[in-house]
Design a protein around this ligand. Structure first.
Ligand code: HXC
Length: 521
């Protein structure tokens, strides 16, 4: 009897193993080879690359598709998506990885439900959710059921936004719903040359608008990282994307209820930064590398820039200061003289809100003449877009420190987190200057009559510009009125920033009751 039981059990176990193996093969050897030949990893290989060794635990392993007329006779192992959880640098994360070898990774009702399940668990347990997207969008054969599957995912993308970090890797041709779900997440990382995002592909575009466009030109990593601003990072292949996600998580907490992890550093809190005295030129018009300013100040010079190739006139990214994760927003005098335009406003506002969601203090480095003038910008709605920055900074209740590196003029002074917009601490270097506008423009307006009426207008103009500069082109006028807390020696920048961050560690700021604010979109 005991032998019978054992052999029966063995049979059942063998059947289970066989079923599992079939599922693990996905769309089969031939399609897997195609995937590898295209330079892409399989859905399961990607999970192994992303997570700590042997840490992945799969869920929904034997899930099957919903059926229906058009799905009859079609097999979809694992429903075309591998879902579960594991650890990343020892921290729990939830993952879904779409399998392009199974019906092009298309999303059917049960595929959507598998993703929704891990999203729910991520929120219930307070852990990030990472989506590895490689999908042709809604599964055509399932009709409205596949749209419903997407609805389940979209709904959660929205209501879980700001609850736990949501990160999207784009690792293949992603179409339709496969791009709208990532678009609602906090970060999108794309693999160079093998990933695409579009709502309709080149064929549909050709039939509708007669435009001839390649996959790459339509929605490659280059397009979305440089032109559209849809993506946040462009990486070398699958491995590059997955490695970057591991790095990104160093700056993010498990959920909105926690703080980002503290990172031990050998870099001393009071390390002097005399290099800064030679990087920044006191002449307000001379460009300099703001990236070098950031790298000089932060722990071990490590700065993870977000959207480095989009709206280069503003720099945003993550670093650590004395072990504490911070988000940095800085004008870039090397690009469009650091002025704020529509794209820069969108980029910075989104970044500020991401920091605020996840308890990441914001350090703002200011060197800005103003918002970008021009008919094109006005007609494209710079008022609406620029307002996002004002809104985002004011709304953010995380610790906010502003350092006025050089000029800070007009509306952009306010939009770069001035005292009145809620900065907790405002510092300036002796090169800092706060005014309504630059000296030339100001003198031309307020002394126009005197300049035009004088015997030598050019000499008078120069005198008036110098007078204005003397008065406003320094940090002391603003400091005298309490808009700047201290003017500091650039070589002590790191020390000051870390001290203020420590002071602000337990900052708590309540806002008046509301359902939610209404940011201009
Ligand atoms: C079901 C699909 C599919 C789909 C592709 N396949 N798209 N199956 N539903 N949407 C299948 C193919 O039949 C093929 O099966 C396999 O996946 C691989 O597809 P290929 O075309 O051979 O691959 P490739 O040449 O690499 O082209 C990939 C692609 C292309 C660019 C993604 O397949 C494509 O354009 N698909 C349609 C994209 C699309 O329009 N999706 C619907 C979007 S609407 P075999 O058996 O041969 O391996 C949508 C609405 C959501 O998503 C709501 C939005 C708000």
């Amino acid at each position: 009897m005991a032998d019978d039981t054992l052999s029966w059990m063995n049979e059942l176990t063998a059947e289970m193993e066989e079923r599992r193996k079939k599922i693990e093969l996905g769309g089969g050897e031939a399609r897997l080879k195609k995937q590898h030949d295209a330079g892409k990893q399989s859905a399961r290989e990607r999970i192994v690359t992303l997570l700590d060794e042997d840490s992945f635990v799969e869920l929904g392993v034997f899930t099957e598709h919903l059926g229906g007329d058009m799905m009859e006779g079609i097999s979809a192992p694992g429903e075309g998506v591998v879902t579960g959880y594991g650890t990343l640098k020892g921290r729990t994360v939830f993952v879904f990885s779409q399998d392009f070898t199974v019906l092009g990774g298309s999303l059917g009702k049960m595929h959507g439900q598998k993703i929704a399940q891990v999203m729910d668990l991520a929120v219930k347990t307070g852990a990030p959710i990472i989506g590895l997207n490689d999908s042709a969008g809604a599964r055509i054969q399932e009709g409205v059921d596949s749209l419903s599957g997407y609805g389940e995912v979209f709904y959660r993308n929205a209501i879980y936004s700001g609850v736990v970090p949501q990160i999207s890797a784009i690792l293949g041709p992603c179409a339709g719903g496969a791009v709208y779900s990532p678009a609602m997440t906090d970060f999108i990382l794309m693999a160079k040359g093998t990933s695409y995002m579009f709502i309709t592909g080149p064929e549909v575009i050709k039939s509708v608008t007669k435009e001839d466009v390649s996959f790459e030109e339509l929605g490659g990593a280059d397009v979305h990282n440089r032109k559209s601003g849809v993506a946040h990072l462009e990486c070398e292949g699958d491995a590059g994307v997955l490695e970057k996600i591991r790095e990104l998580l160093d700056f993010l907490p498990q959920s909105a209820k926690e703080k980002p992890p503290f990172r031990k550093t050998k870099d001393k809190d009071d390390r002097e930064t005399p290099e800064l005295l030679t990087i920044v030129h006191p002449d307000q018009r001379r460009p300099y590398p703001m990236h070098d300013v950031i790298k000089t100040v932060v722990d071990e010079g490590h700065f993870l820039e977000i959207q480095p190739d989009f709206a280069k006139n503003i720099i945003v990214g993550y670093a650590h200061l004395g072990g504490q994760a911070v988000g940095i927003v800085a004008n870039n005098p090397r690009n469009m003289a650091g002025t704020l335009n529509i794209d820069a406003s969108d980029k910075a506002s989104r970044f500020i809100r991401t920091c605020d969601c996840f308890n990441i203090p914001i350090v703002t480095l200011v060197d800005v003449t103003g918002f970008m003038p021009g008919v094109a910008q006005e007609h494209a709605g710079i008022i609406r877009h620029g307002a996002k920055m004002l809104y985002a900074y004011a709304e953010a209740s995380v610790p906010k420190i502003t350092l006025i590196v050089r000029k800070s003029y007009g509306g952009a002074y306010l939009a770069m987190n001035s005292r009145d917009m809620g900065a907790d601490v405002v510092l300036a270097w002796p090169t800092g200057a706060v005014a309504v506008m630059g000296a030339e423009g100001a003198a031309n307006i307020i002394y126009r009559k005197e300049i035009n009426g004088s015997k030598s207008p050019e000499a008078t103009r120069k005198t008036k510009i110098d007078e204005y500069k003397k008065k406003f082109d320094n940090p002391y006028w603003a400091a005298g009125r309490g808009y700047i807390d201290d003017v500091i020696d650039p070589k002590d920048t790191r020390k000051h920033l870390i001290r203020h961050l420590r002071m602000l560690e337990h900052k708590h700021e309540e806002r008046p009751y509301k359902k939610h604010g209404n940011i201009p979109l």
